[in-house]
Design a protein around this ligand. Structure first.
Ligand code: ADP
Ligand code: ZN
Length: 291
């Protein structure tokens, strides 16, 4: 089967054609402008590709609830041109094929549990730390939506005493995104994150904040694996620091093989940054199967 995959991001739209094994035949990227400008280009691409179904992993907030009147909409996003936009409807109408839809981060976790290192696991969390912080949750074999969908990048974080930075989130200031996403790192230290490679204190503080959030997720959801991706996690030096802080914060309370072997518990993404787009293939496959 020919499956279309669309990873819809705030800065770019990644489009791919592939199949149910996760094989990607072709891939392009289009800048995200307004729906009027961007969507016709995407439709054109998927029409020419003659896909049997499409899976969309989308920036949010979105409405993933199939029983809702606004199912398939991007809802209250700060990217105003896309607020209250029926993205699923636009593709269903233009392509006439089944369309699967979820958050970008649920797409990524689905990619990892379907094709990557988390295959066979039932409870897995995917955290992206980039321009923002997003968390995808696969739990008891399903992508978690609940009331809306998890927005766990915005959990409250206890600021460390030596950190004078006020926080960047317009809603909460010092949530995880406000303290630890790329723009916060760059505002705090006055330099591009990539240029801060050698500054140990930068990554130690970063790990301290990420670990606080992960400890909370571990205690709340009991994941069997936590996968970390996004631009900031290209700093591989973060992994041992995060693992140490998580162990310190849990303080021996959770005694499992996973926490004991934390190097294989808190891990980088395994699909060469294709976890998101591969997850969208699987969203498309599932939509086709449902029809
Ligand atoms: P997005 O979140 O927009 O999809 P990314 O996940 O690539 O995009 O995240 C972009 C953020 O990651 C930027 O704020 C950038 O500073 C940061 N970033 C990108 N590459 C690196 C790197 N090698 N080291 C540290 N930070 C990085
Ligand atoms: Zn916030």
């Amino acid at each position: 089967m020919r499956l279309g995959a669309l990873e819809a991001g705030g800065t770019k739209m990644v489009c791919a054609v592939g199949d149910e094994t996760g094989k990607i035949y072709e891939q392009i990227s289009i800048p995200t402008e307004t729906p009027e400008i961007t969507v016709p280009k995407l439709i054109d691409y998927f029409k020419k590709a003659e896909v049997d179904a499409l899976g969309i992993g989308c920036f949010g907030p979105i409405d993933p609830d199939k029983s809702s009147k606004t199912y398939g909409y991007i809802t209250s996003t700060p990217k105003l041109a896309w607020a209250d936009y029926n993205i699923v409807g636009a593709f269903e109408k233009a392509l006439g094929v089944p369309v699967g839809f979820d958050t970008d981060v649920n797409g990524s976790v689905l990619g990892e549990v379907t094709f990557g290192q988390a295959k066979g696991k039932k409870c897995v969390i995917y955290v992206t730390i980039g321009t923002g912080v997003g968390v995808g949750v696969f739990i008891e074999g399903k992508l978690l939506h609940g009331m809306l969908h998890p927005e766990a990048g915005h959990v409250h974080i206890q600021k460390r005493e030596d950190d004078a930075y006020e926080g960047k989130c317009p809603y909460h200031k010092t949530c995880l995104e406000g303290l630890a996403a790329g723009p916060a790192v760059e505002a705090r230290w006055g330099q591009k994150a990539v240029e801060l490679n050698d500054r140990k204190e930068v990554w130690d503080l970063e790990a301290y904040y990420i670990a606080q959030a992960l400890s909370g997720y571990i205690l709340t959801l009991s994941p069997e694996m936590i996968i970390l991706g996004g631009g900031i996690m290209h700093q591989e030096q973060l992994f041992p620091l995060i693992r140490n802080y998580v162990k310190e914060m849990l303080n021996g309370y959770i005694k499992t093989d996973e926490i004991e072997n934390i190097d294989s518990y808190i891990v980088p993404a395994s699909l060469h940054d294709d976890q998101g787009i591969m997850g969208c293939l699987e969203l498309g496959r599932r939509a086709l199967k449902e029809k």
